[in-house]
Design a protein around this ligand. Structure first.
Ligand SMILES: Nc1ncnc2c1ncn2[C@@H]1O[C@H](COP(=O)(O)OP(=O)(O)OP(=O)(O)O)[C@@H](O)[C@H]1O
Length: 426
C-alpha cells in the first residue's frame, strides 16, 4: 500500500532537480516532531529525523480537512509554524508523530483524504542540501506527485488515555490501582496489555469501556471524552467488551445471540444481520452451529461467537479482558487464528488483556507491559511480525527474542508485586 505511494528513484532525482527550498527553521520543526515522537515512544519507523542512519518514511496530508486533537496539539506545540502552513501540513506533522498515518489520518476524515508518502532519508538529505522554504517544498512535493497520492477512507477507534489514575476506596483504605498512566492506541491497532496480577489492567479496560470512573486523568475515544473524574462515564455500543466468562444469553440460540444487538438497535435489517453472521461464522469454521444453544457449544466456540457478536455491532473498539483464560492450549490456538482472521477482516482497534505472553506477541502490534500496582506502562514492545500471521512464526527467532524480552519485563514486575504483597499481608 505504502509502496504504491512511494517515489521511484527516477522521480526522486527529478524532484531533486525541481526543488531548491528549505529553511533551517523548518528543519528544527521537524526535529521537534521527531523528538516528541521519541518521547512518546511511537513506533520507530513511523517518522523521520529519529535515526539519521535509517531511511524511514515521511507522510504528508495532501488534501482533506481533518478534525483531530493531535492537529490542535501540533499547532500549540509548533507555534513557530510559518503563516503559510495549512491544517493539512499540520496534520501531516501530527501524522508523523502518531505513526501509521494512513490509519491515524483516516480516523477523523469526513471525506477521503490524500496522503503522500516520501522516503524519509531522501527527504532529510534534500532538506539538508537546500536553504529556503520548507513549507514550499512540501507544497511542491504534493503538487508534483499528485499521481502518487494514496486515498484513505474514514474509519475510527483512536483511544487516548492521558495520565489516568484510579483509587478504589471501598472502606476508607485507599487502593491506588492505576496512577499517571498514559497510552495511545491508534485506530485499527491491536494492543495487548500484560502485567502482574492486580496491576490495574482490568481497571484501565473498565475505564475505557465506561464501566467505572477515573479518579484522575482523562480517556478520549476519537477525541471525545469517555471518562474523566467528576462526570459519569459513558459506556456504549461503540466499545464492545468480551470477558473471560461466557456472556452469551443462555436462552437464545447462537444466531439469535449474534443478531439481536444490531437488529434491536435498528442498525441492520434482520436479513442483513443474518447474512453477515453466517459469513463470519463460516470464516472461522463455525458454520452449522447457528441453531444450537450456548450450552451445547464448547468454550472455544463460545469465545469465537462472542467476538463475532462484538464485530456485528460494528464498534469503534473491541476490548477483550482475558477472553481465553482457562481455554485449553489446542482450542486456544484455533481461537487465536480465528481472532486474527476477524481482525484482518475488520481492522477494528483492539485492546487485549492477557497473562499469556506468547498469546500477546502472537496477536498484537504492540505489547504494553504494566508495572506492578500502582499500574502504569513500564515498557512497550513493538511486534514487527508480518500479518497475516500463522503458527509458523511461533518458532521464528524474532518471536523467541520478543518472548524473552517480554518475560524479562513481566518477571521483574511480578517479583515486585509478590514482595509488596508479602509486605501487605505481614
Ligand atoms: N472494586 C474494587 N474495589 C476495591 N479494589 C479494587 C476494585 N477493583 C479492583 N481493585 C483493586 O485494584 C487493583 C487492580 O485491580 P485490577 O483488577 O484492575 O488488576 P488486574 O491487573 O486486572 O488483575 P488480574 O490480572 O488479577 O485480573 C487490585 O489491587 C484490586 O484488588
Amino acid at each position: 500500500m505504502q509502496e504504491e505511494a512511494m517515489l521511484t528513484h527516477a522521480e526522486k532525482l527529478r524532484l531533486l532537480r525541481l526543488n531548491s527550498f528549505l529553511s533551517g527553521a523548518q528543519l528544527d520543526l521537524l526535529s521537534s516532531v521527531a523528538e516528541h515522537a521519541r518521547e512518546q515512544d511511537y513506533p520507530k519507523n513511523s517518522f523521520i529525523f529519529s535515526r539519521k542512519d535509517q531511511a524511514d518514511d515521511f507522510y504528508i496530508l495532501v488534501e482533506g480537512q481533518v478534525g483531530h486533537p493531535e492537529v490542535q496539539a501540533a499547532e500549540e506545540q509548533f507555534s513557530v509554524m510559518p503563516q503559510a502552513s495549512t491544517a493539512g501540513q499540520l496534520f501531516g506533522f501530527a501524522a508523523i508523530v502518531q505513526g501509521l498515518p494512513e490509519r491515524v489520518i483516516s480516523a477523523h476524515c469526513e471525506k477521503p483524504t490524500k496522503v503522500l508518502a516520501i522516503d524519509g532519508q531522501w527527504f532529510q538529505n534534500l532538506c539538508k542540501a537546500h536553504a529556503h522554504g520548507g513549507s514550499e517544498l512540501l507544497y511542491t512535493l504534493s503538487r508534483a506527485y499528485a499521481g502518487h497520492e494514496y486515498k484513505v477512507a474514514g474509519s475510527a477507534g483512536w483511544i487516548s488515555i492521558r495520565n489516568a489514575g484510579k483509587v478504589y476506596d471501598p472502606f476508607g483504605k485507599a487502593v491506588v490501582a492505576v496512577e499517571d498512566c498514559s497510552i495511545e492506541i491508534r485506530p485499527g491497532e491491536f494492543v495487548a496489555i500484560v502485567g502482574p496480577s492486580g496491576c490495574g489492567k482490568s481497571t484501565l479496560l473498565n475505564g475505557i469501556a465506561g464501566f467505572d470512573s477515573l479518579t484522575s486523568g482523562v480517556i478520549y475515544l476519537d477525541g471525545e471524552v469517555v471518562n474523566r473524574p467528576g462526570s459519569r462515564p459513558k459506556p456504549g455500543p461503540d466499545r464492545m467488551v468480551v470477558f473471560q466468562n461466557n456472556a452469551l444469553f443462555p436462552w437464545a440460540t447462537i444466531m439469535e445471540n449474534l443478531i439481536c444487538g444490531p437488529v434491536a438497535q435498528n442498525r441492520m435489517s434482520k436479513v442483513e444481520a443474518l447474512d453477515k453472521a453466517h459469513a463470519l461464522l463460516a470464516k472461522v469454521g463455525l458454520s452449522g452451529i447457528e441453531n444450537l444453544y450456548p450450552s451445547a457449544v464448547s468454550g472455544g466456540m463460545g469465545r469465537r461467537v462472542e467476538i463475532i457478536r462484538a464485530l456485528l455491532n460494528d464498534p469503534r473498539v473491541i476490548l477483550l479482558d482475558e477472553p481465553f483464560r482457562g481455554v485449553d492450549a489446542l482450542t486456544k490456538s484455533v481461537t487465536h487464528n480465528a481472532l486474527l482472521e476477524l481482525y484482518d477482516l475488520s481492522r477494528k482497534t483492539v485492546m487485549f488483556i492477557t497473562h499469556d505472553l506468547e498469546e500477546a506477541i502472537y496477536l498484537a502490534d504492540r505489547v504494553l507491559v504494566m508495572a506492578s500496582r500502582p499500574g502504569h506502562i513500564k515498557q512497550t514492545i513493538h511486534i514487527n511480525l508480518p500479518r497475516p500471521r500463522s503458527n509458523k512464526i511461533l518458532t521464528s527467532p524474532e518471536f523467541l527474542r520478543l518472548k524473552e524480552e517480554a518475560i524479562e519485563a513481566v518477571h521483574e514486575e511480578a517479583l515486585k508485586a509478590f514482595v509488596s504483597g508479602e509486605r501487605e499481608f505481614s
